[in-house]
Design a protein around this ligand. Structure first.
Ligand SMILES: *Cc1c(COP(=O)(O)O)cnc(C)c1O
Length: 401
């Protein structure tokens, strides 16, 4: 099937001829599946042992028809052989790490990866004797030096959060292949609209589908895409660890995916416009957005991505409280963590990290950093809202003194 992306988001993975002539994939709300008789069980087990993917469902922790349709759609969007759905992005990430690594192994991880991914590696994988080395932002050229004889995985993320660093995937996969080391990427911020890592030779693509893929701030899910037999091994462990997605969330995700192309195109446009607006603003002293020529990874991003998404990070001229005032003056976005939904969300990252100034300082996130994640609202409205917030918050609020 050679449909283009915008057709695939609607049709891939589902097919016509659904039960009852339904146009939408039903939510198959069941925990288990009954067999007509012993003969049917034996026929099922034969297919299962042969690894036949076109077998019926058995029990909800292993598969569910709504989940399978969602997995097939995402596999088609990433151009992968298979996808596996999980209850959360973290469940996808931890299951992949546990499936691929054993005691005595070493992994290389890019330093800008999601905080909880790092926490799992540093606080938990170490308990089972798995070592890691961090590859600093912008030092992909040092990847080869970070490898050890026992390196069993290279894990990166692009773009990273909140500085939107974009690692050169062609380089990563070239080095990895030369050494026979599997690669995985958390591609949550990119989405398959903007970046398709498998086409750059990366083995496993992971998403927190909670963000752009779901797109409506109403579900938690994670997904891993790649080829057999790696995916089969991850599926077996998913069945053991049990971090499987629910049929209802799979349905919400399937529904959200149908507008993925439309939403991301809008968010790419808004992100670029907001970044350009902010980079001209006198109260803003730094803007981090890969679509700006000033971004350190602009060239790599332009080469491997087709859009740069709706997340823009920026630092204002001001301290922690002045930055909070900008956030509190914003009228349209919600204040909180997360991004990728139809509603814009803004946050002062440092506030979420810790109440302790020292801990904040060691995180590398400055107190005056704002992460602005554009939703699908009219970008002109988002910009005039930012404009009034930056203007009004510049005046010290005497009532707080
Ligand atoms: C949110 C996020 C995760 C974790 O996903 P959950 O669905 O919240 O478990 C992992 N990686 C990135 C880049 C994220 O933004």
């Amino acid at each position: 099937m050679n449909d283009r992306f915008a057709t695939k988001v609607v049709h891939a993975g589902e097919g016509k001829g659904k039960p009852y002539g339904a146009v939408t994939m039903p939510i198959v709300q069941t925990s288990t599946y009954a067999f007509a008789d012993t003969q049917e069980i034996l026929a099922f087990l034969e297919k299962k042992e042969a690894g036949n993917p076109n077998r019926r469902d058995e029990y909800g922790r292993y598969s569910n028809p709504t989940q399978t349709a969602t997995e097939r759609k995402i596999a088609a969007l990433e151009g992968g052989e298979r996808a596996l759905l999980f209850a959360t992005g973290m469940s996808a990430i931890t299951t992949v790490l546990l499936a691929l690594l054993s005691q005595g192994d070493h992994l290389v991880i890019a330093s800008g990866t999601y905080r909880q991914t790092q926490n799992f590696i540093l606080d938990h994988l170490t308990r089972w004797g798995i070592e890691s080395s961090f590859l600093a932002d912008g030092s992909a050229h040092k990847l080869e030096q970070a490898l050890r004889p026992n390196t069993k995985l290279i894990f990166c993320e692009a773009p990273t959060n909140p500085y939107l660093r974009v690692i050169d995937l062609d380089h990563v996969s070239e080095v990895a292949k030369r050494h026979g080391i599997p690669t995985a990427i958390d591609s949550t911020l990119a989405t398959p609209v903007n970046l398709r890592p498998l086409e750059h030779g990366i083995d496993l693509v992971i998403h927190s589908a909670t963000k752009y893929l779901g797109g409506h701030n109403d579900l938690l899910a994670g997904v891993v895409v790649g080829a057999r037999p790696q995916l089969d091994a991850i599926e077996t462990l998913r069945g053991v660890l049990g971090g499987v997605g629910s049929p209802h969330d799979a349905y919400l995700l399937l529904r959200g995916l149908k507008t993925l192309d439309l939403r991301i195109r809008r968010q790419n446009g808004s992100g670029q416009q907001i970044a350009e607006y902010l980079s001209r603003h006198p109260r803003v002293h730094a803007v981090y957005y890969p679509g700006l020529e000033s971004h350190p990874d602009h060239l790599v991003a332009t080469r491997q991505m087709t859009g740069f998404g709706g997340v823009v990070s920026f630092e204002i001229d001001g301290d922690k409280d002045q930055t909070s005032r900008v956030i509190d003056r914003l009228r349209i976005p919600y204040i909180g963590p997360t991004f990728g939904g139809v509603e814009s969300v803004a946050q002062q990252q440092a506030i979420f990290i810790s109440l302790d100034p020292e801990e904040r300082a060691s995180s590398g996130i400055s107190d005056n950093l704002i992460r602005y994640a554009a939703g699908i609202e009219d970008p002109e409205d988002l910009i005039s809202d930012l404009d009034q917030a930056l203007r009004e918050s510049a005046v010290p609020d005497v009532s707080h003194r």
